[in-house]
Design a protein around this ligand. Structure first.
Ligand code: ATP
Length: 599
C-alpha cells in the first residue's frame, strides 16, 4: 500500500517537473509590467485574458516594439505573437494625452491574410481594449458590406484590422477614411499575405500610406512622407522566406530581428524576391533566414508522423483513422486539410451521411455512421456568414472535426485541437509548418499526420531540408484493431494495405453509397477534377515529387469513391478547365493568382 502511494507521489512529482520544464520553454520568468507595459494593461491581460506572465516571444518583442524600432519577428506557431504586437500599441495609445478620439482616425493598422484571422485579431483587441473604451477597434475584410464599413471608417477606427484587398479598396474609394495619424503598420503572417498574391496590393497600400522605405519609391520628396507622424512597421510569421525579406526591405527601416537563430543569420542578403529586380536587393546588413533551406520552427512537443497510403485506398484509410481517433478520444478536436474547396465539400457531405457496418452483408439497422462526431467545413467558396458561423462553432465544440482548405492553416487559434491530418499534401514546407501549428499551441500536446502516396515519399526529404523529420504511423495496427463479422478469407496478417479486408470492406461500402447518392456522386466528380488540377499546380522542386503522370487516374477516382473510368471524369475535367480559362481571360486574372487565392 505504502509503495503504491509513494509511486503515485513520484509520478505526480515527475508530472509537475515536466510541466515546469514545459512552462520554462514557453513562458518568460518576468512579468508583463517589467517589460514596460502600463499597469492597467497588465491587469487587463491577467483579468480578461488570463495571462499571468508573458511568453518568451512576448518578453523579447514587447520592449523592442515599445521602443518604436521596426521589427521582424520569427517565432513558432502558437507562441503568442498577437499580443506581442497588440500590447505595445495599446500601451502607447492609452497613455496619449489628450486622449485619442474617433475623429483622429486610424492610428494602427494590422494586415492579415484571411477573413477568419481578421475576426480573431479583432476579438482579442476587443477584450484588451475593454478598459480603454476611447480606443476603438474595428475590422474591414472581403465579403462584408462595403457601405457599412465606410460608415464605420467615417466614424473613426483607432486600431484597424484588415485584409489587403478590401483595405486598398477603401484607401482608394473612401474619402472619409482618415489615416494621416497612422503610427503602426503590422503584417501578421506576412509571408502568407504575399503568397496569396497580394504583393502588388501591399506595395500600393504602402505607397498610398506613404510608408515605403526611402530610396524605393521616391516618396522622400513627397511632403506627406516627410510630414507623416513617426511610423513603426512590424512583420511577423513563423516562417520567413524571400518574399518576406523583400517586404522587409521595402517597408522596414533598420529593423530589429527577433527569434532568428545565429545559424540562420546571414550578414548580408541579396535575394530576388517577388517582383524584385536588381535594385530591389537588400542593401543593409540584416540578420535573416536563408531563403529556401533553413530550419522552420515547429513546436518541440508536437508528435509528427506520416502514413504511406496507395492512392486507391486513401479515402478508406482516412475514414478509418478518423473513426479510430474519435473512438479513442472522448474529447477530441481534429482538423483535416484538403487542397481544394471541392474536396472539402465532397468529404463534408460524405462524412455527414455515410453509414457503414462491419458485416459483409449488413441489414439496414446494422449500419451506423462510420465516423461519429460533429463535422464542420471551412473554405473560401463558402458564404461569409457560413464561414463566420463555422469559425465560432468549431472554437467551442469539444468532439468535432473540421475539414478545411489552407484557409484555416494560418494564425487561427482553435482551442484544444489535438490532431492535424494533412490528407492532401501542403506543397511548400512553410504550409506544412502552419497547418501543423493549429495544434500543440503554447506548450500543449498535439499530433500531426501527413498522408503520402508511395510515389510521393521524397517529400519527406524536402521537409528534412527544413529540419522537419517525421516517423511512420502504425497504420496496420490501427486497421487490424477494427472488428470484422462474417468476413470470409480474413487472414490476420495482411501484407499489402490495398488488400486489407477492412480497407476493402470500407471501400466497397463507399462505392455503393456513392452510386446510390447522385448528389454526392457529383460532388465527388467535381472534387476529383479540382484535385487533379491542384496536383498539377505544384511549383519548383515539388513538381518532381508530385507528378500527375506518376499516378493512375483510376486510383485517384477510387480515392473519391468513384468507380468511373478516368476518361469519363476526364471529359468534365477538360470542360471545367476550358471554362476556368475562359473566365480568367474575361476577368483578366493571371492563372497562378486565381488558383492561389481560392482556398
Ligand atoms: N502570455 C500568455 N499567457 C497565456 N496564454 C497566452 C499568452 N499569450 C498568448 N496566449 C495564448 O496562446 C495562444 C496562441 O497565441 P497566438 O495565436 O497569438 O499565437 P501565434 O504565435 O500568433 O500563432 P500563429 O503563428 O499560429 O499565428 C492563444 O490561445 C493565446 O490566447
Amino acid at each position: 500500500m505504502a509503495t503504491k502511494r509513494s509511486e503515485k507521489a513520484s509520478s505526480k512529482e515527475a508530472e509537475t517537473k515536466s510541466k515546469e520544464l514545459k512552462d520554462s520553454e514557453i513562458f518568460a520568468s518576468c512579468s508583463f509590467s517589467s517589460l514596460g507595459l502600463q499597469v492597467s494593461l497588465c491587469d487587463q491581460l491577467r483579468e480578461r485574458m488570463g495571462f499571468e506572465v508573458p511568453t518568451l516571444v512576448q518578453a523579447q518583442a514587447i520592449p523592442v516594439i515599445l521602443s518604436g524600432r521596426h521589427v521582424l519577428v520569427n517565432a513558432a506557431t502558437g507562441t503568442g505573437k498577437t499580443v506581442a504586437y497588440l500590447a505595445p500599441i495599446i500601451h502607447h495609445l492609452q497613455g496619449d494625452q489628450p486622449r485619442v478620439q474617433r475623429s483622429d482616425g486610424t492610428f494602427a493598422l494590422v494586415l492579415v491574410p484571411t477573413r477568419e484571422l481578421c475576426m480573431q485579431v479583432y476579438e482579442i483587441l476587443q477584450k484588451l481594449l475593454h478598459r480603454f473604451h476611447w480606443i476603438v477597434p474595428g475590422y474591414i475584410t472581403g465579403g462584408e458590406n462595403r457601405s457599412k464599413e465606410k460608415a464605420r471608417l467615417r466614424k473613426g477606427i483607432s486600431i484597424l484590422v484588415a485584409t489587403p484587398g478590401r483595405l486598398l479598396d477603401h484607401l482608394k474609394n473612401t474619402t472619409s477614411f482618415l489615416h494621416t495619424n497612422l503610427r503602426w503598420i503590422i503584417f501578421d503572417e506576412a509571408d502568407r499575405i504575399l503568397e496569396l498574391g497580394f504583393g502588388k496590393e501591399i506595395k500600393e497600400i504602402l505607397d498610398l500610406l506613404g510608408s515605403r522605405k526611402k530610396g524605393h519609391v521616391g516618396k522622400e520628396n513627397d511632403d506627406s512622407y516627410n510630414s507623416k507622424p513617426q511610423r513603426q512597421n512590424v512583420l511577423l510569421s513563423a516562417t520567413l522566406n524571400e518574399k518576406v525579406n523583400h517586404l522587409a526591405k521595402i517597408s522596414l527601416e533598420n529593423p530589429v530581428m527577433i527569434g532568428l537563430d545565429d545559424k540562420k543569420i546571414q550578414p548580408v542578403l541579396s535575394f530576388k524576391g517577388l517582383g524584385s529586380n536588381v535594385n530591389d536587393e537588400f542593401e543593409y546588413p540584416v540578420k535573416s533566414t536563408s531563403s529556401s533551406i533553413g530550419d522552420f520552427r515547429v513546436p518541440d512537443q508536437l508528435v509528427q508522423r506520416y502514413v504511406k497510403v496507395p492512392c486507391g485506398s486513401r479515402l478508406a484509410v482516412l475514414l478509418s483513422i478518423l473513426k479510430h481517433l474519435f473512438e479513442r478520444g472522448t474529447s477530441q478536436k481534429i482538423v483535416v486539410f484538403f487542397s481544394t474547396c471541392d474536396a472539402v465539400d465532397f468529404h463534408y457531405y460524405l462524412l455527414s451521411a455515410f453509414k457503414f457496418s462491419a458485416h459483409s452483408q449488413p441489414d439496414e439497422e446494422l449500419r451506423q455512421m462510420l465516423v461519429r462526431c460533429k463535422t464542420f467545413r471551412l473554405h473560401g467558396n463558402m458564404k461569409q456568414e457560413d464561414r463566420r458561423t463555422t469559425f465560432q462553432a468549431f472554437k467551442t465544440e469539444k468532439l468535432s472535426l473540421l475539414l478545411s482548405t489552407d484557409i484555416a492553416a494560418r494564425g487561427l487559434d482553435f482551442p484544444e485541437v489535438r490532431f492535424i491530418i494533412q490528407y492532401d499534401s501542403p506543397g511548400e514546407a512553410t504550409e506544412y509548418v502552419h497547418r501543423v501549428g493549429r495544434t500543440a499551441r503554447l506548450g500543449e500536446r498535439g499530433d500531426s499526420l501527413l498522408f503520402l502516396q508511395p510515389v510521393e515519399m521524397d517529400y519527406l526529404l524536402d521537409l528534412e531540408k527544413h529540419g522537419i523529420s517525421l516517423t511512420e504511423y502504425p497504420l496496420l495496427k490501427v486497421l487490424d484493431s477494427f472488428p470484422l463479422y462474417n468476413e470470409k478469407n480474413y487472414v490476420k496478417k495482411v501484407l499489402t494495405l490495398e488488400f486489407h479486408p477492412w480497407v476493402l470492406l470500407v471501400q466497397k461500402a463507399l462505392e455503393s453509397f456513392i452510386l446510390s447518392e447522385p448528389t454526392i456522386k457529383n460532388l465527388a466528380k467535381n472534387a476529383f477534377c479540382s484535385w487533379v488540377r491542384a496536383y498539377t499546380a505544384h511549383r519548383g522542386e515539388l513538381k518532381r515529387i508530385f507528378m500527375l503522370k506518376k499516378l493512375h487516374l483510376g486510383h485517384v477516382a477510387k480515392s473519391f469513391a468513384l468507380k468511373e473510368q478516368p476518361s469519363l471524369v476526364g471529359q468534365s475535367f477538360q470542360k471545367q478547365t476550358k471554362k476556368r480559362k475562359r473566365d480568367e481571360k474575361q476577368r483578366g486574372l493571371s492563372k497562378k493568382r486565381k488558383f492561389v487565392r481560392k482556398t
